[in-house]
Design a protein. Structure first.
Length: 137
C-alpha cells in the first residue's frame, strides 16, 4: 500500500483542485482557472511555453482562448497522485485532451502534468504546473 500523507481533508481539497482546474479552463472561466494558482504561480507547457504570475497566466488564457477557433475542449485527467509534506505537495496525473467542433470530436493530445502545490491562505493551490504532451518532450 502507498504511503498516504496529509490529512483526508487536505487530500480531498487537492483532488477537488485538480478537477476544478480542468472544468474551469474547459468552460472558459479563465479567472477561476487562474485562481487555481498561487499569486506567483507558474504554468508551463511543452507546446505553449512558460507563463508566470497573474499577468502571465492571464496572457496564457487569452492565447489559449484564441487558439480554440470555436472548438469546445475537454481536459480529462486520470491517475492523480500526490505527496503532501506540511504546507507543500508534489503531484502528477495523466491528461487526454479532446476538441469538439462542428459535431466532430477529436482526441488532440495525450500527456501528463507534473505539479508542485502550496497551501496558501488556508487553500491548496498550484504553485507550478507543467504539462508535457507525449511526443513533445
Amino acid at each position: 500500500m502507498a504511503n498516504i500523507t496529509g490529512t483526508w481533508e487536505d487530500r480531498e481539497e487537492i483532488r477537488e483542485l485538480y478537477a476544478r482546474y480542468a472544468l474551469m479552463i474547459d468552460e472558459g472561466k479563465y479567472q477561476e482557472w487562474i485562481d487555481c494558482f498561487t499569486e506567483d504561480g507558474v504554468f508551463e507547457s511543452s507546446r505553449l511555453g512558460r507563463h508566470e504570475g497573474r499577468a502571465g497566466l492571464r496572457k496564457f488564457s487569452e492565447l489559449f482562448a484564441a487558439s480554440l477557433d470555436g472548438a469546445q475542449v475537454r481536459h480529462v485527467i486520470s491517475n492523480v497522485t500526490f505527496n503532501i509534506e506540511g504546507a507543500y505537495a508534489t503531484g502528477a496525473c495523466y491528461l487526454i485532451y479532446y476538441q469538439c467542433k462542428d459535431a466532430r470530436v477529436q482526441q488532440s493530445a495525450v500527456g501528463h502534468y507534473n505539479d508542485t502545490l502550496r497551501k496558501s491562505g488556508g487553500r491548496w493551490l498550484f504553485a507550478s504546473r507543467q504539462v508535457w504532451f507525449d511526443g513533445h518532450h
